[in-house]
Design a protein around this ligand. Sequence first.
Ligand code: HEM
Length: 416
Amino acid sequence: MTEAHGSDGYDIDWWPLLSDLEFLEHPYPELRRLQKLGSVHLDKASGIYFVLGHRAFAKISKSTGMGRDTRKWIGGWTSDDYRLQDPTGYRLFSEFQWQMINCDGEDHKRMRKVYEPAFRSQAMSSMVPLIEQQTRILLDAMPERGEVDFIEAFAGPLPLRVLCKLFDIPESLDGQIGQWSASLIRIGDILMTPEQKTEALQALNDFKNFLREQIAMRKDSDEDNLMGMAIKACKDGTLDEEETLTNLVSMLVAGHETTVTLIGNGMLLLLREPDQMARLRSDMNLMRTAVEEFMRMEPGGNMILRIALEDFEVEGTCIPKGAPVIGLVGAINRDPERFSDPDTLDIGRSANAQFTFGGGKHFCIGAPLARLEAQLAFSAVLEKYGTIELAGAPEWRLDRMNARGLGRLPVRLERT
Ligand code: HEM
C-alpha cells in the first residue's frame, strides 16, 4: 500500500492503492484509515477528488453544481487529449455516451422519463409472479442437500433471466447477453487492459446490432414492456436511434452484475453472521431492512462518478469546475459519523441512508427492481433450505476496482 506524507498533509498514490490485491480483498480497514485523514482527498497524479465521507457525498451527489456528463470533464474520456493518448478507450466511451447516466439537465430528464414507468410500484407488483417463477425454476434445479456454488447455481443466473423477461428476450440468448454484459460492465475501470477495451467495443457494437434487429422485428408489436417503451420513444422521436440503443444496452448491463453481486454478497454476510441469519428466518418481515443492510455493508459498486459543473465547495475543499469526483461507496456507507457500529451487520437497522444506488437526479432507476428481486430471492432460498453454511473459502473477483463481487461462494445446503 502506497502513501507518502507531503508538506501539506498526505499524498496518497490512489490508483496503485485502489488496485492493490490486498486492498481489493480487504478494503474496509484501509478505507477507514483514509477516511480518518479526511472526507475529501485530491489525487494529485490524476486530478480526481475521492470522497469518503457520508456528509460530503450527500452534498455532492444531490447538488446541481455536480453532474454526470463526462463531456464536461476537462481532459476526461471524451477529450482530445484522451483521444490521442488512448484511441480505443476514446472510441469506447464516445460510443457509450448517449445514455441517461452520461447526460445532465433536459437530455437526462427526457431519456429517464421514457423508462421510468417500467419501475413504478404498479409495474413492480406485476413483476412479482415472474421473479418468483424464475426463482423457483433455479431452486428446483438445486439439490435437496449437498454442496453448490451459490453464484453459479442461483445468484448468477437469476438477474439475467429476470432482465431478459423484462425485455422479452428469449432464454436461449441468455449466454450471449451475459457475455456482452460481462465485457461492458468494466467500462470506466482503470484496470481495463487495451485488449479488454477492444473486446468491450466489439461487444457494444454487436449488442447494438442485436437490439437494432429486435427493434426492427418488433416495431409494430405494441408491447407493454421495457422494449416496447423504447420502441415507442424511438418511433415518436423522443429518442433518436443511438440514444434508444445505448440506453437499452446500458440498462441490460447496469441491471445484471450489480444484482448478482447484491444477492451473492448478501448471502456471504448472512453466512458469516449465523445469528443474523437466524434472526431473519424467525422474522421474515425484516427482509426489507436486511437487503438495505446488505447493500450498506457490501455495496458491490465501489465508485460513483460526478463532474464539477462549477467551482464547488465541500467540507473545506474547493473542487474546480471540470474536475472529476469519485465517491468511494465502501467508505461512505460505513462512515462512523453517520452509522452507529458501522462494521456490524444489523439486519433490522433503521434509517439506513446507504448510498449504494447513488443519489440525486441520477439515483438508480432500477433500484425498485433490484430491491424486489433480492427480497424475493432471499425469502425463497431461506424458505427452501433450513441449513445453509459456508462449504469453503469464498472467492472475490480481484480483476476490477469499480465493483466488488464474488466469483465463487461454496455453500452446503439442506432442505428444511
Ligand atoms: C443492486 C443492483 C444495482 C445497483 C447497486 C445499482 C447502482 C447504480 C448506481 C450507483 C447508479 C448511479 C447513481 C448515481 O450516479 O448517483 C445507477 C444508475 C443507473 N442504474 Fe442501477 N444499480 C442496480 C440495478 C439496476 C437495475 C436492475 C437497472 C435496470 C434494469 C439499473 C439501471 C440503471 C440506470 C439506467 C442508471 C442511470 C440512471 C440515471 O442516470 O438517471 N440499475 N445504478
